[in-house]
Write a new protein. Structure first.
Length: 71
């Protein structure tokens, strides 16, 4: 199931903050996302993969749009 723009923005912002905090290697970020938002582990993994594919210095909104287009 494809997440909404709003939900994906929240997830990407969370992952951005998690990365900035430096507490976890981002390849291991899916369990953190799953726990924080009560997501199934496969969904959290897919969201984390989309976040990684679109990660750059673009705005969250631009990255969400790019991720949803490939969903």
């Amino acid at each position: 199931m494809k997440p909404s723009d709003t939900d994906l923005s929240r997830y990407f912002e969370y992952l951005d903050d998690l990365r900035a905090g430096g507490t976890v290697n981002m390849f291991g970020a899916a369990p953190y996302l799953s726990k924080e938002f009560f997501l199934h582990k496969d969904v959290a993994r897919r969201i984390t993969n989309e976040w990684m594919k679109t990660f750059s210095h673009k705005s969250v909104e631009d990255r969400v749009t790019e991720a949803l287009e490939s969903w």
